[in-house]
Design a protein. Structure first.
Length: 767
C-alpha cells in the first residue's frame, strides 16, 4: 500500500478513482493540478461538482465502464480552459473498472494525460511544414504575400501586415484581417514608414537589429504613438490588436522587412508563439527573397535578351562541348543562317556547312579548330569571299567563383566599313600630320562654313588656339573675315586650278596682320591656306620709310651745299670775304651732316651683318662725357643748356671708348633734338656696385610707354610727320642699342609724355 501511494504521488499523469456513485475516492496531485483544485477537495464529490463542464462528456463513459466491465482506452477530450486566452486544452484518457478481490466492480479508475503541449507542438510542425511547402510553391511576389497571409490568418493571427524595405522606408506590401468587415480599416492605416526618427520606434528597432519584439499586452502608449504617425485612434480600437509580435524577415543575413502579427485577445502571445512566428518569418523571408531574386533574374534575362537583340554584334553562346546554345538575330544575319537552322541549335558540322557558302577558304578548318578549342579567347579578323571582314572575339563564361565553365561567348562584328574608314583615317592622319609641320596656316571649313581643322601654324599666326576656332565659323572668331572671304581667290573658280594668293589686312588681338590668302573649294567644303606676311610688309614699309627718310635727310644738306656752291661759282655776284667764308662754312657743316647720315646708314648695315667689333680697354668716363658735351656745345640751339653730374672720384670703366663716345653723341643729339622748347640736358654718372650707370636726361617732349620698345627699332621715328620739326633717320637709338649690347649691357628708357626722358646703360668698372 505504501508503494502504491508512492507511485500515485510520483506519477507524471493524472490518476483518479471513483466509486459506483461516481464520487471521487482518490486523486493524485497530477490530476488535481489538471482540474485546478486541491486533491483533498475532490474526495466525496462528483465530477459535476469539480468540473461541471466535463461531466456531461465523461460521466457517461464512467457508467459504460461500470455497466460493461470493459475499459475505455485512449479517449480524447477537450475544453476551453487553456493556459492562454483563446486556447483549448486537450487530454488523452483511459478508463477501467476497479474490482474487489472477489471480482466485483467497486468503481472506476482513470489515467489522464494532458496532451495540450503535444498537440501544440504537432500543430506547430504541421503549420511549419504547410508554410514551407506553400511559400516555396510560387516565385511570384504577390502570390507569396497571399500565401503568407493565408497561413497566418486566422490560425496564428487576427491581423497581419507585411512590410518590406524600399530604400529608407518600410512599405506595406500586404495586409489582412480575419474579419472581412475590418479589412478596409486595416488597409486605411499608414502603409509607409520612413526608417528615421519619425518611424515607429519598434518597427525601426526590429528592422535595424534583426531581433523580434513581443507585446503580450499592447499598451495605450503604442496606440497613441501610431496615432501621431497618421493612424486614427478609433480605427485602431476597432481593429483591436491587444497582443502583437513584430518579427524581422531575414534571408541570407539581410533584413528584408518586418512582419507585424496582431491578435484581439490580450496576453494571447507568449514566448513559444514568438519562436513559432520567427520560424514562419524565416520561411516567408526565403520565399520573398526567392521571389525578389526571380524577379531580378527575369528582369536581367529580359534585359540581356533585349541587349543581345539590340546589339550590332552577332553573339553566339557555345557550350563546353562545342554546341551552339543560343545566338541573336544579328549573328544569323551576318552568317546567312536560316531561322530553322538557328532554332534547331545546329552542331558543329551543320554550322560549318552553313558558313562555307559565305566564308573564305580555310574558314571551315578554322571553325573546327575553334570548336575543339572554344576556350581560346582573343581577337582575330576573318576575311570573307565577298570582301567583307569580320572581327571575332571570344571569352569564357564562368561562375562568379571561377570554378565552373558554362561555355564561351563569341562575338562577331562586321568591320568592313570600319577597316575602310581606318585606312582612310590613316591616310588623312598622314596628311594631317604633314599639316602639323607646314609653316602656312591651313583651315578646313565644311559646307556650312564651320571650321573642322585648324593647324598649329594657323594658331601661331593668328593667336587663336584650336579650341577657340573649331566648331565655329571664321566670321565668329576673326573680325573682318567676311570682307576677306568674298574676294579671296578659290581654285574652283579657275578651270586650270591655278590661283594667285592675295594679301589682306586683318585686326586680331590689337595686332595688324597681313596675310597672303588663297583657297580651294571642294564638294564638302573649302580649304584656306594663308601665310603671315606681316614682317615682310613691315620690312617693305620700313624700306619705303627709310628711302623717304634718307632722301629727305640727304636732300636738306645737299640743297644747302648745292646752293652755296652755285652762289660761289656765279661771276655776276660779288661776295665779300665774310660772305664767302659763310658760304664755305655752310658747305663744310652740311657736308659734315651729310657724312654723319651716311656713316649712320653704313654703321647700321655693318651692325646688321655682325661686322662691328668692340675693343674693350680702360676708359675715363668723365673725359668721354666732357668731350661729347664740348662738341655738342659748338652747334647748340638756343634755349638748351648742357651739364654733367658725377662724383669726384669716378673710376675708369672697361669699354670701347670710341663706341661709348658714339652712343653718348647719339643720345645727347636726340635729347637736344626732342627738346624743341629748350631745357636742360644732363649726362649723369652714378656708380652702382661694380658698374657705372651712365644716363642722359632731358626735359623734352617725352615718350609714351607704348613706344618704349619700338624707339630702338631700326628706322623708327617718334615724329615721322615732323609735326614738331624733329627729323632724323631713325637709326640713332638702334645703333646705341646694338653697340651697348656688344659691350654686354643693355640700354633702357624711363619717360612720360611732356616730362622728358632718361636713357641709361651700365658698364663695368675697371679693377
Amino acid at each position: 500500500e505504501a508503494l502504491l501511494e508512492t507511485l500515485l504521488l510520483s506519477a507524471p499523469v493524472g490518476i483518479g478513482f471513483w466509486d459506483r456513485n461516481l464520487r471521487f475516492v482518490r486523486v493524485n496531485d497530477a490530476l488535481a493540478e489538471i482540474n485546478g483544485l486541491p486533491a483533498a477537495e475532490h474526495i466525496g464529490k462528483t465530477l459535476a461538482d469539480v468540473k461541471p463542464e466535463l461531466a456531461p462528456i465523461l460521466e457517461p463513459l464512467y457508467r459504460q465502464v461500470l455497466a460493461t466491465g470493459e475499459p475505455v482506452v485512449h479517449n480524447e477530450s477537450t475544453d476551453d480552459a487553456g493556459a492562454r486566452p483563446g486556447e483549448r486544452r486537450h487530454w488523452l484518457s483511459s478508463y477501467y473498472p476497479v474490482r474487489s478481490e472477489d471480482g466485483e466492480i467497486t468503481g472506476v479508475g482513470a489515467v489522464i494525460m494532458d496532451t495540450t503541449r503535444q498537440r501544440r507542438a504537432d500543430d506547430r510542425l504541421r503549420l511549419l511544414a504547410e508554410a514551407g511547402e506553400l511559400f516555396a510553391s510560387s516565385l511570384d511576389a504577390d502570390a507569396v504575400f497571399a500565401r503568407i497571409v493565408r497561413v497566418l490568418v486566422p490560425r496564428l493571427a487576427d491581423s497581419i501586415h507585411i512590410f518590406l524595405a524600399a530604400g529608407d522606408t518600410l512599405e506595406r506590401v500586404a495586409c489582412a484581417h480575419s474579419d472581412p468587415e475590418l479589412q478596409p480599416l486595416l488597409e486605411g492605416l499608414p502603409s509607409s514608414y520612413p526608417l528615421d526618427s519619425d518611424s515607429p520606434a519598434f518597427l525601426a528597432t526590429v528592422f535595424e537589429s534583426g531581433e523580434p519584439v513581443l507585446f503580450s499586452n499592447v499598451s495605450t502608449e503604442l496606440y497613441e504613438h501610431l496615432a501621431r504617425l497618421g493612424a486614427e485612434r478609433a480605427t485602431l480600437e476597432l481593429i483591436g490588436s491587444r497582443s502583437m509580435m513584430l518579427v524581422p524577415l531575414v534571408s541570407r543575413s539581410e533584413t528584408l522587412g518586418v512582419l507585424a502579427i496582431g491578435c484581439r485577445e490580450p496576453g494571447r502571445y507568449l514566448e513559444d508563439d514568438l519562436s513559432l512566428a520567427v520560424e514562419l518569418a524565416g520561411r516567408a523571408a526565403v520565399a520573398v527573397d526567392n521571389a525578389r531574386l526571380f524577379r531580378e533574374v527575369s528582369f536581367r534575362t529580359s534585359e540581356l535578351e533585349a541587349q543581345q537583340e539590340a546589339s550590332l554584334d552577332g553573339l553566339l553562346l557555345v557550350s563546353p562541348e562545342g554546341r551552339m546554345l543560343s545566338c541573336n538575330r544579328r549573328f544569323a544575319e551576318l552568317w546567312g543562317l536560316s531561322d530553322a537552322l538557328v532554332a534547331a541549335g545546329p552542331d558543329e558540322p551543320a554550322f560549318v556547312e552553313a558558313m562555307q557558302s559565305v566564308a573564305a577558304s580555310g574558314l571551315a578548318d578554322r571553325a573546327r579548330y575553334l570548336y575543339s578549342q572554344p576556350q581560346e579567347a582573343g581577337r582575330e579578323e576573318i576575311l570573307l569571299e565577298d570582301g567583307r571582314v569580320f572581327e571575332r572575339y571570344g571569352a569564357a563564361v564562368r561562375s562568379p567563383d571561377g570554378r565552373n565553365d558554362y561555355g564561351w561567348l563569341w562575338s562577331f562584328r562586321d568591320v568592313t566599313e570600319a577597316k575602310r574608314t581606318e585606312v582612310e583615317l590613316e591616310r588623312r592622319a598622314e596628311a594631317a600630320k604633314a599639316l602639323e609641320f607646314v609653316a602656312d596656316g591651313v583651315a578646313l571649313l565644311d559646307a556650312g562654313g564651320i571650321v573642322r581643322l585648324w593647324n598649329p601654324a594657323a594658331a601661331t599666326i593668328t593667336g587663336l588656339c584650336e579650341a577657340d576656332v573649331l566648331g565655329r565659323t571664321l566670321a565668329e572668331t576673326i573680325p573682318g573675315w567676311p570682307d576677306v572671304e568674298r574676294p579671296a581667290p578659290l581654285a574652283e573658280r579657275h578651270p586650270r586650278g591655278v590661283v594667285r594668293a592675295e594679301t589682306f589686312s586683318l585686326e586680331l588681338g590689337g595686332r595688324e596682320l597681313w596675310l597672303s590668302i588663297s583657297g580651294v573649294a571642294f564638294g564638302e567644303g573649302t580649304v584656306y591656306a594663308f601665310r603671315d606676311l606681316t614682317e615682310e610688309h613691315a620690312v617693305e614699309r620700313l624700306k619705303s620709310d627709310f628711302v623717304s627718310t634718307v632722301s629727305h635727310e640727304l636732300r636738306t644738306p645737299l640743297a644747302a651745299i648745292y646752293g652755296a656752291a652755285m652762289t660761289l661759282q656765279r661771276g655776276d655776284v660779288s661776295l665779300s670775304a665774310e660772305q664767302r667764308d659763310g658760304m664755305l662754312g655752310v658747305v663744310a657743316s652740311e657736308s659734315e651732316r651729310l657724312a654723319r647720315i651716311v656713316n649712320d646708314v653704313l654703321l647700321a648695315s655693318r651692325l646688321d651683318s655682325g661686322l662691328v667689333d668692340v675693343a674693350i680697354a680702360r676708359a675715363d668716363p668723365v673725359e668721354l662725357v666732357r668731350a661729347v658735351l664740348a662738341a655738342a656745345q659748338t652747334h647748340l640751339p638756343p634755349g638748351i643748356e648742357l651739364a654733367s653730374e658725377s662724383p669726384d672720384d669716378v673710376a675708369a670703366i672697361c669699354a670701347d671708348a670710341d663706341k661709348v663716345r658714339q652712343v653718348l653723341v647719339n643720345l645727347v643729339e636726340n635729347a637736344i633734338k626732342y627738346s624743341p622748347d629748350g631745357g636742360r640736358v644732363r649726362v649723369v654718372l652714378a656708380p652702382t656696385g661694380a658698374r657705372l650707370r651712365i644716363s642722359v636726361v632731358d626735359e623734352g617732349l617725352g615718350i609714351a610707354a607704348s613706344e618704349h620698345e619700338r624707339i630702338f627699332e631700326k628706322f623708327y621715328r617718334l615724329d615721322p610727320n615732323l609735326t614738331r620739326g624733329v627729323g632724323g633717320t631713325g637709326l640713332g637709338l638702334y645703333i646705341c642699342r646694338e653697340i651697348v649690347r656688344r659691350m654686354d649691357s643693355r640700354i633702357s628708357v624711363d619717360s612720360e609724355p611732356g616730362r622728358g626722358s632718361t636713357f641709361s646703360f651700365e658698364l663695368p668698372l675697371a679693377d
